[in-house]
Every structure is written in C-alpha cells, then in structure tokens.
Design a protein around this ligand. Structure first.
Ligand SMILES: *[C@@H]1O[C@H](CO)[C@@H](O)[C@H](O)[C@H]1NC(C)=O
Ligand SMILES: *[C@@H]1O[C@H](CO)[C@@H](O)[C@H](O)[C@H]1NC(C)=O
Ligand SMILES: *[C@@H]1O[C@H](CO)[C@@H](O)[C@H](O)[C@H]1NC(C)=O
Ligand SMILES: *[C@@H]1O[C@H](CO)[C@@H](O)[C@H](O)[C@H]1NC(C)=O
Ligand SMILES: *[C@@H]1O[C@H](CO)[C@@H](O)[C@H](O)[C@H]1NC(C)=O
Length: 406
C-alpha cells in the first residue's frame, strides 16, 4: 500500500514538472488562469479558467503558495471603495472565491506578514485612499479587518498633480520578516512599519526620505550573500516613477527592533548611463531568483519598434537589467523589449527561466524566455490577450515548489 501511494506521488510530480500556471489580473474585472506546458523546449499556453469575484477593477494579486490561497485587490477606479477578495487555488489553477470585503479606496499592492507563532495578516497599500490597511488571515482564505492607517500631506509635493495627496504604492516585507516598507509616491517617503507581535497591528517608524519630487513607487531588498539577518549585508533598491530613477541604499538594522537606517550608495536613471526618453515612468522592480540581477520595467519609453510576422508593427516599452554589485552599486547589463506597451507589472518563475510581463495598454501578457546564468531576457514564447488592461501577473509557485521539492 505504501509503495503504491508513493509511486502515485512520484508520477504526479513528474507530470507537474512540465506545467506551470499563471494568474493574471486585469482592470475589466477578471482573474485569468493560464496553463503553460513545456515539451522539449516548445510551449503551449491555454486559458484554463476566468474568475470575476474580484470585479470591478483587479489591480494586484498576492499568492500564498504554501497554503494554496490567492488574494486579489480591487482598486475601485470608479467606486467610492475598493475591496479585498480571497480564493483557494485548485490543482489546475482554478480559483474558488472565499470572501470579499470593502476597503478604503485604491488598494494596489499587498503583502503577507506574521509572527513566530504562525499568526498572519495581509497589509495593503492604498494609492487613491492615502492609507495602509491590514487584515488578519484565518484558515482557508478567511480574513478580518485589523486596522486602517491614513496619511495626510501638509502641502502638495513638487509635482502638484501627482503629489496632491499621499499615494501609498506598494507594501513589501524586509528579508528578516520584521518590517514592512511602503513607498509613498506623493510624500517622497518610503514608510517603515513594525508590528505588535500579539495583535499584528502596524506601528509607523522613521521613514526613508527620498529626493523631493522623485515619486517612489516600488522597491526590492537584496542580500548579496543570500543570507538574511539583522547583521547581514542588506541593500534596498527604490524605483522612483516621477524622476525615472533607481536608488540603492545600504540598510542597517537599529537595535531592539527600533527600525531601519538607510545610506545611499547608488543612483542613476532607470536606463543607467543610457539616455532616458522623456516621459518614461518606471513601474516594477525585482531581484532575480538567482540573486544576481535587478530588472526594472519602463513604461512610455517606447524604446522598440518591432516588425511582426503579419507585417504589423509592435511598439514596445523596455525591461532594463543591471548586475548587482557587492558594494550595492549597479552595472547596466541589458535593455530588451517588454513585449508591448505599459509593462506595469512583471514577475519571474522560480527557476528564473521565464518572465511574465503585464502590458496594461495592450490587454496582453508577454511571456519571455530568460537565461538564468547570463541574466539575459530573450524572445517571447507567447503573447496572450486577455479581456482588459493587465495589472498583475503571478506564477503559481506551488508547481515550482512541487518540481523542486517533490
Ligand atoms: C518544437 O517545435 C519545432 C518548431 O516548430 C518543431 O520542429 C519540433 O518538432 C517541436 N518539438 C516537439 C517535441 O514538439
Ligand atoms: C466586493 O466589494 C466591493 C466593494 O464593496 C464591491 O464593489 C464589489 O462588487 C464586491 N464584489 C463581489 C464579487 O461581491
Ligand atoms: C469607504 O470609503 C470611505 C471614503 O473614503 C471611507 O471613509 C470608508 O472607511 C470606506 N469603507 C471601508 C469599509 O473601508
Ligand atoms: C545621486 O548621486 C550623486 C553622486 O553620485 C549625488 O551627488 C546626488 O545627490 C544623488 N542624487 C540623488 C537624487 O540622490
Ligand atoms: C486601458 O488601456 C487603454 C489603451 O489600450 C488606455 O487608453 C486606457 O487609459 C487604459 N485604462 C486604464 C484604466 O488602464
């Protein structure tokens, strides 16, 4: 009996090794599940399901791969409020809706955090609502409201249109799991929070101040030696949307959970030393799974004009990759077509062999090949049209974990 059970498990894992699911959020109200099957270097992409329970305006997906849960944010572009929805993820990537709750308007990013005892919560950044909210997570996708923290600006920032009121743009957790960072595009701050270890309520600490008018949007941490601890070398890269810059900071942990201090070690345009086209507005930034490269998506740079097989022309914005240096500086490596217009979001699969790019103005996801050893992004294996403006693309890493861990 035991023998036949483990044989079944082995066969299942071999089958999974060829298939990966992707979740795609778009502003028309859908979460689409794509299945990507690879056979000897050839890929087949099929749409396996579409779910509308995060309508009307899905803006972000947070995957809890370990528990098979997906959280979706509805930005509420034309409504008074936004919402948080949860789903369980089926074996084929099909989503089953668990819960929907009304939030402060404009949630655009969320991150899961917790304590050593296993209690967990999700923190949301609200762009239009000038706030951070948090929600305690229960079993099976249940959640309850914990707190709302709203911010105000004493006066508009240097860009009076975009910096009219605080705009929380992303929420990320530091590598030690002790702090949440929230770039605020209008306040020119990266806000820093710790949390009460019992209740998980967030508490604001001293923020990182960035250049006035730069408009910090998204950020990524990096541990050059792949080890995360308070005494370990830690860098933070902040992408500023209004100035089209990337800043690198050496991060120091203050004693007794007292917060973080930052020392600038690098800055450049998101093109590095190349001339950046006026009007470029960078969007997403990640460190690659191999821990060696930093890739930024640029919107509205229109860097590429690509003739297509059918004779049409594809206008494409760019992905720019830098090599991360041990001293925190960046060395320009590659500029490559994102696959279309307005690459608002991208993510890489766990092995770092594929890049899924959400092309907001093309209602399309481009899936590009990537060589993890050289860090170079390559030709598309697919461009998939969905029903609305794409906001988020997430690989279902449960499959990747199954592939690596069995
Ligand atoms: C992969 O695609 C190429 C080019 O279309 C084709 O020649 C080859 O037979 C395909 N291989 C498999 C295993 O399907
Ligand atoms: C979820 O909540 C939002 C905000 O209250 C609402 O606009 C939306 O219709 C709800 N969605 C569903 C599927 O119930
Ligand atoms: C809905 O939006 C209003 C106006 O911004 C806000 O006061 C209210 O708290 C929001 N409701 C929820 C449940 O967050
Ligand atoms: C960028 O770095 C230069 C030194 O290389 C420094 O003079 C400048 O103030 C920095 N700019 C910003 C916006 O941090
Ligand atoms: C959706 O994309 C179109 C271009 O296809 C653009 O004109 C429009 O502003 C976009 N709307 C949103 C909300 O992203």
């Amino acid at each position: 009996m035991f023998f036949s059970k483990s044989t079944t498990t082995l066969i299942l894992n071999l089958a999974l090794a060829t298939a990966t699911n992707l979740f795609i959020a778009d502003y028309s109200g859908s979460i689409t599940t794509l299945s990507l099957t690879e056979s000897q270097g050839n890929y087949t992409v099929t749409t396996t399901s579409t779910n509308h329970a995060c309508a009307p305006n899905p803006s972000w997906l947070t995957l809890d791969a370990d528990r098979g849960l997906l959280f979706c944010l509805n930005e509420g572009l034309e409504t008074r409020n936004g919402s948080l929805s949860s789903f369980t993820v089926g074996a084929d990537g099909e989503l089953t809706h668990v819960k929907n709750a009304t939030t402060i308007n404009g949630p655009v990013s969320g991150v899961i955090y917790g304590n050593a005892a296993g209690k967990r919560a999700i923190a949301l950044a609200h762009y239009a609502g000038s706030a951070v909210s948090s929600w305690v997570l229960g079993e099976g996708g249940e959640f309850t409201h914990l707190q709302d923290i709203t911010f105000s600006l004493p006066r508009p920032g240097p860009d009076p249109v975009r910096q009219d009121a605080p705009h929380e743009h992303e929420a990320i957790v530091d590598p030690t799991g002790r702090y949440i960072l929230v770039p605020d595009l209008a306040a020119d701050l990266v806000r820093v929070f710790c949390w009460d270890q019992e209740t998980l309520k967030l508490e604001a600490l001293d923020p990182l101040e960035v250049a006035p008018g730069s408009g910090p949007r998204h950020a990524a941490f990096w541990n050059p030696y792949s080890v995360a601890c308070e005494g370990c070398t830690t860098y933070l890269y902040v992408v500023a949307e209004l100035a089209s810059t990337v800043m690198g900071y050496a991060v120091t942990y203050k004693p007794n959970g007292g917060g973080l201090s930052f020392k600038e070690v690098y800055n450049s345009s998101t093109y590095g030393l190349l001339n950046l086209p006026p009007g470029t507005a960078p969007a997403e930034v990640h460190v690659s799974p191999d821990n060696k490269y930093l890739t930024i998506s640029n919107r509205m740079d229109k860097a590429f004009t690509l003739p297509q097989p059918d004779g049409s022309i594809l206008h494409s914005d760019s992905l720019v990759t830098f090599v991360l240096q041990d001293d925190g500086s960046l060395v320009w490596h590659q500029i490559w077509p994102a696959g279309g217009s307005i690459p608002r979001h991208y993510s890489m699969n766990a092995p770092g062999t594929l890049v899924g790019v959400g092309l907001q103005y093309d209602q399309t996801v481009a899936i590009l090949q990537r060589d993890p050893s050289s860090g170079l992004i390559g030709e598309p294996i697919a461009r998939v049209k969905v029903g609305g403006n794409v906001t988020c693309v997430v690989f279902d890493e449960q499959k990747a974990l199954g592939r690596l861990g069995g």
